[in-house]
Design a binder for this molecule. Structure first.
Ligand code: PMM
Length: 269
């Protein structure tokens, strides 16, 4: 059965004067809600890895995520840490995280692979071609899915060389990372190439711009592309990805995706 990773972002709320503990409490409550909705893993992040986002100091990142990881782990929930930083990955695993989710696949921080190898955690490696500012300049492909698979194969080899067994790996083609609109659809259409690599496959389409582009074209731009419309689109792509054989999908709205996956399963009997 396809797993559902629920996204727990621990980034400061500028409208809150409650400070760090309130933010952490809110993140824990949100995580428990996603767990009740059917999340199999909670993916906790303290630095937005979204295209265009500002970098955050690792010490600040850790101040944000570690209390949340400790509490969610104490509540018995499997946690992954979404980070580009080796020191945060190591500290998160000490706090209870079982998976390190690095959208750069180990490229952003030269210490990452060794940190993950030593930690014993599983390692989710994304397809990535550089930090946000350069990302779209690097979106040049001839055959997108094949090239993404080829680069992920290199990341798998590097992880293996660092002592991380293939059974500990999860690969993610990095939807929206160094890929412009239609290139994301090329990747999804070519998922077999990613699946053929061997490790478990994770896909994150949630609320991403390539979905909003399609929704906007569908109603000729008559209505704003709300979060609700993006979540519905995400449930559809997640069900199709599940049908294609992915191991897990990473989403904001766990309940909608849980329902979509249940309907897709019913279809297949
Ligand atoms: N996308 C974002 C962040 N982390 N991790 C994985 N494994 N795959 C993704 O596609 C991915 C990710 C984008 O940021 P968001 O948290 O705002 O969705």
């Amino acid at each position: 059965m396809t797993g559902i990773w629920g996204i727990v972002n621990v980034t400061p709320d500028s409208f809150s004067d409650g400070g760090r503990y309130l933010d952490a409490d809110r993140a824990v409550a949100h995580g428990l809600r996603l767990r009740a909705d059917g999340a199999t893993v909670l993916d906790v992040g303290g630095e937005s890895t979204r295209p265009g986002a500002e970098r955050v100091d690792p010490a600040e990142e850790q101040r944000r995520v570690l209390p949340v990881i400790e509490e969610l782990t104490a509540a018995g929930v499997p946690v992954s840490i979404d980070t580009l930083n080796a020191s945060t990955a190591a500290a998160a695993v000490r706090a209870g995280a079982r998976i390190v989710n690095d959208v750069s696949g180990g490229l952003a921080d030269p210490e990452m692979r060794a940190a993950v190898a030593a930690s014993g955690a599983d390692f989710a490696i994304g397809h990535w071609r550089g930090f946000s500012a350069d990302m779209y300049a690097n979106a040049e492909y001839r055959r997108v899915a094949r090239e993404v698979a080829g680069e992920l194969q290199e990341r798998i080899g590097e992880a293996a060389a660092a002592g991380i067994a293939p059974s500990r790996l999860i690969v993610d083609p990095g939807i929206g990372f160094a890929k412009a609109g239609s290139q994301n659809w090329d990747v999804l259409r070519g998922l077999d190439e990613i699946l053929a690599l061997g490790p478990r496959v994770l896909i994150g389409t949630s609320r991403k711009r390539f979905l909003a582009d399609v929704l906007s074209a569908a109603d000729h731009g008559d209505h704003a592309v709300s979060v609700e419309r993006r979540d519905l689109a995400t449930a559809v792509t997640s069900a199709l990805a599940a049908q294609a054989g992915v191991w897990a999908v990473r989403v904001h709205d766990v309940a909608a995706t849980r329902d979509a996956l249940a309907i897709a399963r019913a279809w297949h009997g």
